[in-house]
Design a protein around this ligand. Structure first.
Ligand code: ADP
Length: 153
């Protein structure tokens, strides 16, 4: 099964949305392969958001992402990377569609509740936040009721 990285940003932690959002991922059928709370620092954020370090708003991203601990989550499922990106919605919460996580919980470009990996970055991002021993390859007992036999490998 494919794996992807999700970060519950300080906006999710501070607003008490962790349980709600985690429930959405579980209701969808995605499995938790790893999960922990950590405090981000500037070094890891410069790496993680390397495509944005030259932007004038980058210092605001640093402040925002270090405003409290975050929860990093590794989710597993068929096409998990694309499924989770669809579930979180567009970057700007004001433009994200209703029904998506950002569309339902955010009014902001910056305070947009969650991060989720893009296809080309998922493996690298999982390795950035988790050691191999913190990621679990397990098969949920409900798998036959989430996927057809042709989908569940
Ligand atoms: P995404 O998180 O949807 O993959 P990006 O990689 O473009 O989007 O941006 C990373 C994060 O940087 C966003 O989730 C958001 O928190 C922040 N960000 C992006 N653009 C802006 C902006 N114009 N102003 C403030 N923060 C921004």
């Amino acid at each position: 099964m494919e794996k992807t990285l999700v970060i519950f940003k300080p906006s999710a932690i501070q607003r008490g949305l962790v349980g709600n959002i985690l429930t959405r991922f579980q209701q969808k059928g995605l499995a938790i392969a790893g999960m922990k709370m950590i405090q981000l620092d500037e070094k890891i954020l410069r790496e993680h958001y390397s495509h944005l370090v030259e932007k004038d708003f980058f210092p605001l991203i640093l402040d925002s992402m270090m405003a409290s601990p975050v929860i990093v989550l590794c989710l597993s499922g068929k096409d998990a990377i694309n499924v989770v990106r669809l579930m979180i919605g567009a970057t700007n919460g004001r433009e994200a569609l209703p029904g998506t996580i950002r569309g339902d919980f955010s009014l902001s470009n910056q305070e947009n509740i969650v991060h989720a990996s893009c296809k080309e970055d998922a493996d690298k991002e999982i390795a950035r936040f988790f050691s191999p021993s913190e990621i679990f390859d397990w098969t949920p007992a409900n798998t036959p009721f989430v996927y057809s036999p042709l989908e569940s490998n």
